[in-house]
Design a protein around this ligand. Sequence first.
Ligand SMILES: [Zn+2]
Length: 225
Amino acid sequence: MIPNRLPILAAMMLALLLAGCGGGGGRDRREPSRRSAPAQPALPGIESREIRQCMARMGAAGFQFTPLPDRRFGGACEARGSVQLQNVGVPISNLGAMRCPLAETFAAWSRHAVLPAARAYLGTEVVRIESFGTYSCRNINGASGGRLSQHAFANAVDISGFVLADGRRITVLDGWNGRDESVRRFLRRVHESGCKRFRTTLGPEYNALHANHFHFDMGRGPFCK
Ligand SMILES: [Zn+2]
């Protein structure tokens, strides 16, 4: 299919870019930044190969995306090997940078879990998946101390709701324990599918902070609640 060629081309261009930057790819994150020196790529060789393979798989699967340049932010926050998803078969609001393995898993979850579950349990199509976003430089649960969240590495996404073709809008907040059994079953089905795909899946049963969204990430795990 012709639309597949665009992302593959983009991935190939990135691969060429990365190949051209090879050598001296140390992994030392403590290396001080030197403003006078030209920007150094942060990608070590193994990771860049994994990322290239990830992008090739995404292209082959027909997911459209744009590779993003690696970025380091304040503290240890960074987005490496990340992409901007363009088209996974259903529009998704609020998506920013996602590390490729997260984007690939998320795109597959959207296509193979969300869309079929809506048909099966709700008898309609999902026309939009609503997200609270992906990259955010913050600690776990927004605490002032403790470990950085996977969001700080563009390795997590929060999903808050689903807009349906019949006009309904289902939210995790109202639907998880809502009156409509089919909605409850739909939400539990896509949460359960998330548990099988992502390293960590959190929902309303985890804690009050997740009452209004599903958190999916590709960090530590497996963990499902
Ligand atoms: Zn989250």
